[in-house]
Write a new protein. Structure first.
Length: 264
């Protein structure tokens, strides 16, 4: 396998509803299946939750490697309408260790932290050897504590030393570098940055230049996992030789199809 997605599964409660599987491994696998792209999914959760969280992921048809954790990540999520949501962290999974990310046949990997403690610098360093690493910036802004989620700009800058592609939401960019123009994104020090703008598309920053990629607006009462699907589709396109802007267009199109129910 040349592509991997590495991250913890989560127990999600949306708008007070029943618990359901969440986390990037699930939503990324759904996107990769829709694309027909082969990849390996490396997922972590507590052994007691395996029977609940793993079967929906395994049914998507991609190879799955499971890693144990004392607790499974858990979130409650409420949407205010559009792209805005309120979140509370109910539980945090164990940090990933370097030995848990030994993937000899992988050349491209998307790393999907759910909290700031998920991937320490030494684990990212181990995973980045000989690989292109895509990283979700929510791992930079989410404190590792339970309770209502309040983003923080305090993070270990050493983490970004191992990152080739940074997927960052617009509110995260505003918090970390005061915006998402070329001058602001350059301060992140990552060669390739993709700022997701929700239903408006994304901004691709490469070689010091930023370009807007628009998306077809799709109304969805529950866009959970859209960013994870985007990240997986973007990395898959890049791994297969697409230029950054072309990869972003493909990722935006896939997310629109998923939210509209045209891809499953």
């Amino acid at each position: 396998m040349s592509i991997a997605v590495v991250g913890s599964l989560a127990i999600d409660r949306i708008a007070g509803g029943p618990p359901r599987v969440g986390g990037c491994p699930f939503y990324a696998a759904r996107a990769l299946r829709a694309l027909g792209t082969s990849a390996v999914i490396v997922a972590k959760c507590a052994a007691r939750d395996r029977e609940t969280l793993l079967p929906p992921l395994v049914r998507l048809g991609l190879p799955v490697l499971w890693r144990d954790s004392a607790a499974s990540a858990a979130f409650s999520i409420d949407y205010d309408g559009g792209d805005h949501r309120r979140m509370s962290i109910e539980a945090i999974a164990d940090p990933w260790r370097p030995d848990e990310v030994a993937l000899p046949h992988v050349r491209w990997a998307h790393v999907a932290p759910l909290a700031g403690s998920d991937f320490p610098a030494e684990t990212l360093a181990a995973l980045s050897r000989g690989r292109t690493i895509s990283y979700d910036a929510q791992g930079l802004v989410r404190p590792d504590r339970v309770g209502p989620l309040h983003a923080s700009a305090e993070y270990d800058p050493e983490l970004l030393r191992f990152v080739s592609i940074l997927k960052i939401a617009e509110d995260e960019a505003e918090l970390l570098v005061d915006g998402f123009d070329e001058k602001a994104l350059r301060r992140l020090g990552v060669p390739e940055v993709v700022v997701t703008l929700g239903s408006r598309g994304c901004i691709v920053f490469v070689d010091g230049m930023a370009e807007l990629v628009r998306a077809h607006r799709v109304e969805s009462p529950d866009p959970t996992g859209a960013g994870d699907a985007f990240a997986a589709a973007y990395l898959a396109a890049r791994a297969h030789g697409a230029a950054p802007t072309a990869a972003a267009r493909r990722a935006c199109a896939l997310v629109a199809d998923i939210l509209a129910g045209r891809a499953r």
